[in-house]
Design a protein around this ligand. Sequence first.
Ligand SMILES: C[S@@+](CC[C@H](N)C(=O)[O-])C[C@H]1O[C@@H](n2cnc3c(N)ncnc32)[C@H](O)[C@@H]1O
Length: 409
Amino acid sequence: MIVESPLFQPLSAGVRRGIEELLPVIDRTFPLKRRFSSALPKNISRLSALLTKERSELDGSYMSDPALFNAYLRCFLPWNVFRLSRLLPALRLEAAGGMEIIDLGSGPLTLPVAVWIALPELRRAPLRFHCVDRNGSALEAGAKLFRALSVESALSFKSGEKSGWRIKTYRAALGERLKLPPAALVCAVNVSNELFQKLPQAGTAALAVNAKKFAGSLAGIAADSGRILVVEPGAPRPAQFLSLLRAAFLEGGLSVEAPCPSSRACAMSGGRRGQKWCHFNIDVDDAPPLLRKLSAAAALPKDKVTLSFLLVSKKALPEKNAPGLLDVRVISDAFSLPGGMRGRYACCERGLALLSGGGAVEKYGQGSLLRLQIPEKTVRDAKSGALVIDLPAERESPPKPGLPGSRSF
Ligand SMILES: C[S@@+](CC[C@H](N)C(=O)[O-])C[C@H]1O[C@@H](n2cnc3c(N)ncnc32)[C@H](O)[C@@H]1O
């Protein structure tokens, strides 16, 4: 018997409409000057190259360059909101009694915008966001965007109702001493990549030192039972950083909530050439058609988006694997195995796993957590060294969303 807890739930119709509505809100709030309008696709591909291949030239000024900032607002921000909207519902942000949230490297307040759209049930909750970024104009633009979204758009409250949220911005470099309240949730979304861009690309020593330092500073501003969420693009180097960050958090006594099904050493750290790295592919069928069109015009067509993430807690969490059972996180898409079988990589407390079987292997969602019987025999895949887990021909139980009141991890 296999029990599945999905990670990335499909977007609800309301959240899908919300992300669609975000695009005209951005256009109305930041009307595009004619000289930028025709050059927008070119500027999007320029910024994409800068944020990915040409990282060594990235000095943070892209947020102050009007052409590049427009590209960020119109393309990168909505895609980041889309990715977060698939992830955030799984985090179960309970906001009873108020909640302090620190967002480091907030840029144009992408995280608060995403929470507003993806978790409408929290719009009345007394959330306090503390958004920190070294770029003051990005924070200002974000505040303007958030106001337009939450007060003046179709996503605002009707008939004079007020949101319970307060958003405070801090123009500061990460690590600078700031007076921040202990946070129930500390977030760093798409920022750690920029912190280590100047480090040597080969080797892990310098990256590990930085990960340890970063883990300490994140834990230092979280409340005693607070949680820390770090999200990055699903590329090998950011995933390697997250794996090192995870090791540093574990060493510091924190508990890993997700995506890892155990606290053993990371089996998908992506450090060496050819080594698998922990990331998730998310299909873009639900994304706004206009956004997909804009990416295609910039010669960056998308059939999926990727992300790597880490959620840890300062609270001690119960052991994940029940006796006799094995929790397995599905990490990859399906691929062909010899003999007409299909396979998918996964992660479990015994390290890398290879789920093997017929069509049943394909049915589980990316990121799903499967609870299954421990295999009777230990068989390792000759190529990857992964523990081979044969799945039954047909799934034996329907997918179960996270149990009510519990976390779906
Ligand atoms: C790629 S953007 C991400 C913005 C937003 N979190 C998102 O997901 O769309 C990275 C942000 O981190 C900020 N940043 C980079 N290094 C920083 C540092 N050392 N201190 C403060 N902010 C930093 C940049 O100014 C930029 O706004």
